[in-house]
Write a protein that binds this ligand. Structure first.
Ligand SMILES: Cc1ncc(COP(=O)(O)O)c(C=O)c1O
Length: 376
């Protein structure tokens, strides 16, 4: 039996995901945290740290910086100078700081994780959205439409890579084309790569936007974290990689006084995950890949629902528009299934399903999905 088959019961715990439907028979497959316990090595490191007993303000240890630098080199073939790292208590704060650090309008391909849509608005920036296109069954960036949406004041593009919710791990060709676009229009690219550890094809590597070449590196802010891959989002630990010193200075200046100190336990978890989490991550990827295949097979057999192949993340992005539902999320809830509303991602009529759960939960959820679609 896989360790992912029988995780701890989260009902009645402090979980946002499970708390939404407390006391109701609705399986929560919405917010992007997985139902699995963190890797044993992470839990052991946290226990050891707690045994010390004193939980004061932490400093980022040189051993943690080395763990991050080694991890990025080993996993993504990306040489990172320790000076490029800026620690952050979350990727969403990083998106907001990026919008404050780079003046001007902000271009965002949609649909996308709501944090990329709110950051420009919260920062007093004008948000320019451009739809991804679905051609030949695959989601793609539409560079012509992005060019058409540019204003003379546009200075920043927010990229989600791998992409939540459409599940694409952008290819080298696509990223190269985007980098050329950014260069032509003098844009900084803030690349939210929080899902980079969840590329589901074990033979495929995540390619950071910043690793494309000198020009891409200079205009990049990369946001990463152990939170999604190792399922520790409640510990608030992430970092920006900003190679250009002037851009980094602007980013740090924009974060002063509004970004809190790092969480001590998040730092401990990060080092343990990056140093000792790889076997666990590989098992996770195999498990999620099989879950993804189950979702895809169930959806393929369902009239009125479709999805494109998911290359990365634990998320399936479902087009339920043909079902003609006035309120899709409420309809699925009425059939015992809690999904994320596509409207929050800029795409009403779509829903997002998180398959980062035990197979028994997933199978039950898929049976409910079928019943809900039949009843539409
Ligand atoms: C693309 C993306 N960025 C950011 C976040 C949230 O990051 P954090 O909790 O570190 O702020 C999520 C969470 O689902 C996400 O999917």
């Amino acid at each position: 039996m896989s360790p992912f088959d029988a995780p701890p019961d989260r009902r009645g715990s402090d979980s946002i995901k499970w708390g939404r439907y407390a006391g109701r028979d609705i399986l929560p497959l919405w917010v992007a945290d997985m139902d699995f316990a963190a890797p044993p090595a992470v839990l052991a490191a946290l226990r050891r740290r707690l045994d010390h007993g004193v939980l004061g303000y932490p400093k980022v240890a040189p051993s943690l910086v080395a763990a991050v630098v080694d991890y990025l080199a080993a996993h993504y073939d990306w040489p990172v100078d320790p000076d490029w790292l800026v620690w952050l208590p979350g990727v969403v704060p990083g998106l907001n700081v990026a919008c404050r650090a780079v003046e001007g309008d902000v271009l965002v391909p949609t649909p996308v994780y709501p944090g990329l849509l709110s950051a420009p608005r919260f920062s007093g920036r004008r948000l320019l959205t451009v739809d991804l296109v679905l051609t030949d069954g695959a989601w793609r960036l539409d560079l012509d439409a992005l060019a058409a949406a540019l204003t003379p004041q546009t200075r920043l593009l927010l990229l989600c890579h791998p992409h939540n919710p459409v599940g694409r791990a952008w290819s080298r060709e696509e990223l190269d084309a985007l980098a050329a676009f950014a260069r032509q229009h003098e844009l900084v690219v803030c690349s939210d790569e929080i899902h980079c550890g969840l590329v589901l094809d074990p033979g495929r590597r995540h390619l950071p936007f910043a690793a494309l070449g000198d020009d891409a590196r200079r205009r990049s802010i990369t946001l990463m974290a152990p939170s999604k891959t190792y399922n520790v989002p409640g510990l608030g630990c992430s970092f920006a990689v900003i190679p250009d010193p002037a851009l980094r200075r602007r980013f740090i200046a924009a974060s002063r006084g509004i970004v809190p100190e790092m969480n001590l336990l998040g730092l401990v978890a990060c080092e343990a995950a990056y140093r000792q989490g790889e076997d666990w991550r590989r098992q996770l990827i195999a498990y999620l890949g099989a879950n993804r295949d189950r979702v895809q097979a169930a959806v393929a057999a369902l009239p009125g629902v479709s999805m494109a192949p998911v290359e990365a993340t634990c998320l399936a992005w479902l087009d339920v528009r043909p079902l003609g539902l006035a309120a899709p999320v409420a309809h699925f809830e009425a059939h015992g299934l809690g999904l994320s509303d596509g409207a929050d991602f800029g795409a009403p009529g779509w829903v997002r399903l998180n398959f980062g759960c035990p197979r028994s939960t997933l199978d039950q959820a898929l049976a409910r999905l079928v019943r809900a679609c039949q009843a539409a």
